[in-house]
Every structure is written in C-alpha cells, then in structure tokens.
Design a protein around this ligand. Structure first.
Ligand SMILES: N[C@@H](CCC(=O)N[C@@H](CS)C(=O)NCC(=O)O)C(=O)O
Length: 224
C-alpha cells in the first residue's frame, strides 16, 4: 500500500498545497507533481475534488484525498517514519487546535491586510496582531513548534514563514515586527532555512507579482 503511486495536484504558491509537499518531502515519499491552474481548473481536478473543487488533492493508490490538513494526517499515518503529529492525545489535540485556529484567524486577517487599505486594513492588522501574540507564546523558547524537529504544526503554519513577508510588502504594512515577536521571527528563519523546506519555496519575485495582481483584483477572497 505505502509503495503505490502518489500524485499531488497543486498550485505553485498554495499555502495549503505546501503543507502536503512538505509532509511528503520530510518523509522522503516519492510523488508526481501535477500543477493545476486554479483559474481554469482541469476536469480531472473537478472529478477528484467534486465537493470543494480545490487543490491540493493527493491521489494515493488511485484514491483521491482532499483538504490539506486531512491529507497531512493521512500521510503521517501511511508513511510512519519521521512522525509529524505528537503521540500524546493532548499534544495532538493542541497541535490540531492551533493549526485550524491560526488558519481561520490569521489567514483571513492577513489576506485583508494585504489586499485593502485604510480602516479596513487597520482593523485586519489588529485582528492579526491578536492571534500573532498567541502564536508568539506558543513558539517562545523553541526552535520549531514540534520541538527540535519540524512537526505537524510547523507544516500547518509554515505558510506564515514564506507568505506573510510577501503580503507585508504587497500591502505596505507590517504584521510580524521582529522586535515585538522574536520567537516567531527566529522560527521563520529556522523553518525557511531547513534543507527540505528551502528547496520548495516559490521564487519571491514571482510571488510578489502574483499577489500585487491579486491585490489589484481582490474580489475573490478564497483563491489564496
Ligand atoms: N481548506 C482547503 C483550502 C484549499 C484552497 O483554498 N485551495 C485554493 C488554492 S490555494 C484553491 O484551490 N482555490 C480554488 C478556488 O477557490 O476555486 C485545504 O486546506 O486544502
């Protein structure tokens, strides 16, 4: 089963798809990568993920799995070496809680802070700040959320490390002040310089161009 074909349908800058790429790479699972155009989706993607019609989709042993955090857990259960989720049920629940809470709160606030200005941006920055303060408490004194090694929560929150600096530049604002949030800032450096992660990061110029365009044309909040 674990040696069956693996295929990842993804979009190059997707913060959700990156989670899956990272989980596969950390576990050294070989896979084929299929780039999807999320503005002109293939029929195959619509068949594989008929409910949400989104990437990422992982196809393993000819069966599709959708939703990035569910895929990461599937990968963790299927390929056991380099475990991502903690073993203890409480630690596991804690990691899942922060993965979904940060996505809900910071994902939306960060997008609005990047794509709007004036009062709307101010309000979003305040919301972002509230959750960033909580993340700072979680990471303070640790190399990774997973401890000495990258774990589930690092994979789940890794988008912050490569996307927030791009969103800050595009939105001419600052969400993560290094002096105010030294723990998150050093986690971002540790995460981005990890040998597995650093090879997966999209080119910064390409991301800046993409998000500048998204900012100028930002009616649709969901195609991150
Ligand atoms: N909750 C989903 C979100 C996936 C998602 O929003 N993917 C975006 C690309 S970053 C997408 O496919 N958007 C296409 C659309 O919204 O139609 C997950 O975690 O996998």
């Amino acid at each position: 089963m674990e040696n069956e074909d693996v295929k990842l349908f993804n979009f190059w800058v997707s913060p959700f798809g990156k989670r899956v790429e990272w989980a596969l790479k950390l576990k050294d699972v070989k896979y084929d990568y299929v780039e999807e155009d999320i503005f002109n989706k293939s029929n195959l993607l619509l068949q594989l993920n008929p409910v949400h019609k989104k990437v990422p989709v992982l196809v393993h042993a000819h069966k599709p799995i959708a939703e990035s955090l569910i895929i990461v857990e599937y990968i963790d259960e299927t390929w056991k070496h380099y475990p991502l989720l903690p073993r203890h049920p409480h630690h596991k629940a804690h990691a899942r809680f922060w993965a979904t809470t940060v996505e809900q709160k910071l994902g939306k606030a960060g997008w609005v802070a990047m794509s709007r200005s004036g009062e709307e941006q101010e309000k979003a920055l305040k919301e972002a700040n509230d959750i960033i303060e909580k993340i700072e408490e979680e990471i303070k004194g640790k190399k990774y959320f997973g401890g000495e090694n990258i774990g589930y929560l690092d994979v789940a929150l890794g988008w912050i490390a490569y996307l927030v600096p791009v969103w800050e530049e595009v939105g001419s604002m600052k969400m993560i002040e290094p002096l105010k949030f030294p723990g998150i800032t050093s986690w971002m450096t540790n995460f981005l310089s990890h040998p597995v992660i650093k090879d997966t990061l999209p080119p910064r110029d390409k991301m800046l161009l993409y998000y500048h365009n998204r900012r100028n044309n930002s009616q649709n909040l969901h195609k991150v």
